[in-house]
Design a protein around this ligand. Structure first.
Ligand SMILES: N[C@@H](CCC(=O)N[C@@H](CS)C(=O)NCC(=O)O)C(=O)O
Length: 206
């Protein structure tokens, strides 16, 4: 019997990354929407799955085994990629895979992480710190123009996890990017935005 997978989430960048990866991999899953404003993430039933009270969380049920639970959006993306070899990352051991991981980690650590840190400090009155972090994140994202200036995707000719990470953050800061000076990124963004897996992943949590 096939395992059944539930993905708990909300319409946020972290959850979109996980859902888009599952869509792109062609893996069956059931999206379970949590209402973060109502505190669904802090209910006891959810905390028993993810004690951090955050989304996303993946729960995989296989008959006769305890459920497998995974949190952290990026670990969930990598799990999807392992279940569908060749669809989200090039084959293990190949330099192309190292490049895709380099780009993926660039977007996670240099673009998404400072943006999230700004989101955390701004409501606490640290306006200058927030602006500094946002500026750093945007400047790093703009340098990704070089990855796509001659066509293709973030790590070459094939769509990969690097594109999913790049897209969710580019979408979040879309209004603050100087698109006129970023022709490669503009072309890439339109192409990724129209990709069926991206359209479905963005709609997964309503
Ligand atoms: N590092 C975690 C971060 C998860 C996270 O911060 N999720 C946010 C939504 S994007 C959340 O659950 N916020 C609700 C809360 O903190 O109460 C991941 O990538 O999955």
């Amino acid at each position: 019997m096939q395992p059944s997978i539930e993905l708990y989430g909300a319409p946020t960048g972290n959850c979109f990354r996980a859902a888009i990866a599952f869509e792109e991999a062609g893996l069956a899953y059931v999206a379970k929407r949590l209402n973060l404003n109502n505190g669904d993430q802090r209910r006891a039933s959810y905390l028993s799955l993810n004690p951090a009270g955050r989304v996303p969380t993946l729960v995989e049920a296989t008959a006769g085994k305890p459920p497998f639970v995974l949190s952290q959006s990026n670990a969930i993306m990598l799990y999807a990629s392992e279940k569908a070899p060749g669809k989200l990352l090039p084959a293990a051991g190949r330099p192309e895979r190292a490049v895709a991981l380099e780009r993926l980690l660039f977007f996670i650590t240099d673009v998404i992480a400072p943006n999230h840190a700004a989101f955390y400090v701004r409501p606490r009155g640290q306006i200058e710190g927030a602006a500094l972090l946002e500026g750093r994140s945007l400047a790093a994202l703009e340098t990704a123009e070089r990855y796509v200036s001659s066509g293709g995707f973030m790590a070459g000719q094939n769509f990969s996890l690097a594109d999913i990470a790049a897209f969710t953050i580019a979408m979040a800061v879309k209004d603050r990017l100087p698109w006129d000076g970023l022709p490669g990124l503009s072309r890439w963004f339109s192409q990724v935005e129209a990709r069926p897996s991206v359209v479905k992943g963005l709609a997964a949590f309503g």
